[in-house]
Ligand binder design. Sequence first.
Ligand code: ADP
Length: 295
Amino acid sequence: MQLIIQNLSKTYANGVQALKDVTLTINQGMFGLLGPNGAGKSSLMRTISTLQEADSGSIMLGEINVLTQKEEVRKILGYLPQEFGVYPKIDAVTLLDHLAVLKGISNKGERKALVEALLNKTNLWQARNKNLGGYSGGMKQRFGIAQALIANPKLIIVDEPTAGLDPAERNRFLNLLSEIGENTIVILSTHIVEDVKELCTDMAIINKGEVLYKGSPLDAIAELQGKVWSKRISKAELEDYRKNFNMISERLIAGRPEITVLSDSQPDSTFEKIQADLENVYFSHVFGATEKVVA
Ligand code: ADP
């Protein structure tokens, strides 16, 4: 099954154009949707999840027209929103059982087996009788995945799932997602480059509602190989370098800026060539040359 998004646009009532002619084909496996805050990721995720309307364009999930056959989509969709609220005074078993009833699984034995399997899969078995209010951030996110998996979905959407997780929880969560991605479409929306680098076979970068790159992370990195240059400079020089070079990032190391520049050849002998990585790809698209010329 494929998710095919074509020419999708959305402008909110306040005039913000959150999606501009978005066209993407998403296959089974983990797909990373990468973009800074305000890029339009949630707008796109909510539209695919049938929670809001688009102004124009189309979304097909296999044979299902997502924009018109909402009930059909909901039957095979697992959605983990950015703010996933839980009922704090209920334990995981009770809530999963209840949600399974709502999803139409009426056989008690079937529900019990399903709830047990989900708790095991998400590594929450030990904490199954604990109230959800006492869960850590990572446990809540894993519970979110457990509930998203109830109906054996064909499409799973997770919106900024790793924000606020500590490194161990984040790893555990991402491993769980990649396991699921083996036979499902999983869309991981995030502003964290590392999440995409580690897991996704395919990705898109969006900013200001527009798709700036689509393809595999590895191809994106390969395109930049040999073109990324780095140099330590003084703070006083920063303005000049910003003006005169195609700078894609700057960071302070022990109080001194280290800048990264994109150039087909060595800008001058003081620059050192560095291995391109996905962060360079991301910055080159999001803060790329075209924007700098305008600035
Ligand atoms: P992201 O998820 O990438 O942070 P969003 O889709 O939430 O991006 O937001 C894209 C743009 O649309 C932002 O400028 C945001 O302020 C605006 N926006 C999001 N939701 C609404 C809304 N319901 N009404 C008006 N503007 C919105």
